[in-house]
Every structure is written in structure tokens, then in C-alpha cells.
Design a protein around this ligand. Structure first.
Ligand code: SF4
Length: 94
């Protein structure tokens, strides 16, 4: 981690800001990799509206780095809608 990132991370920790978040959008996947840590069982998924609310809350909380992951995120039909929402909220708050 470079000095700037370390300083930002340390400052976020002192302020209680969730500096970096990984959001798993789905457990579903069309692959079966031997190294996968997901069980791919149906645990349900957050709705589009729930994810948008969460993204807004993340932006308000000061999240700087957002990783969208899964599962295979492209199995969500609303993925690009979620991505656009994430960009709108998180870039607006920066
Ligand atoms: S989620 Fe990723 S690692 Fe797991 S099976 Fe799918 S492609 Fe492989």
C-alpha cells in the first residue's frame, strides 16, 4: 500500500469510516471452480431497491473503495443499473 492510501486508511480507521467495502451481489455462478469459497446454495439476494439503498448509505458513510463481487455478478439482470447507481452515489460523495 502506498503512503497516500495508508494515510487515508489510517485516517478512516480513526474516524470510523468504512473506507473499503466488498459487496457480494449474488451467490449464483455458472462455474464450479475448485478454489471457490462460496457454496452457491440459494441464500436469497438483496433486491435492486435494497442494494440502491445500501449504496446510498455507503456513500453517506464515506466509503471510498467499492468492490462489486459474487458469485457471477453478470447473472444479475440489474447489474448495470446497480453499477450506474454506485457510480452516481459514490462519485457524488467524493
Ligand atoms: S464465484 Fe468465482 S471462483 Fe466461485 S465458482 Fe464462480 S467464477 Fe469460480
Amino acid at each position: 500500500m502506498n503512503a497516500l492510501m495508508q494515510e487515508m486508511s489510517d485516517r478512516a480507521l480513526r474516524l470510523g469510516v468504512p473506507f473499503s467495502v466488498q459487496l457480494d451481489l449474488t451467490y449464483r455462478c455458472n462455474e464450479q471452480c475448485v478454489h471457490c469459497y462460496l457454496d452457491h446454495d440459494d441464500h436469497g439476494e438483496m433486491t435492486t431497491a435494497e442494494i440502491k439503498d445500501l449504496l446510498r448509505e455507503m456513500a453517506e458513510a464515506g466509503v471510498v473503495i467499492l468492490t462489486l463481487s459474487g458469485g457471477e455478478i453478470f447473472l444479475r439482470k440489474d447489474f448495470f443499473e446497480i453499477l450506474e447507481c454506485a457510480r452516481t452515489y459514490l462519485l457524488a460523495s467524493s
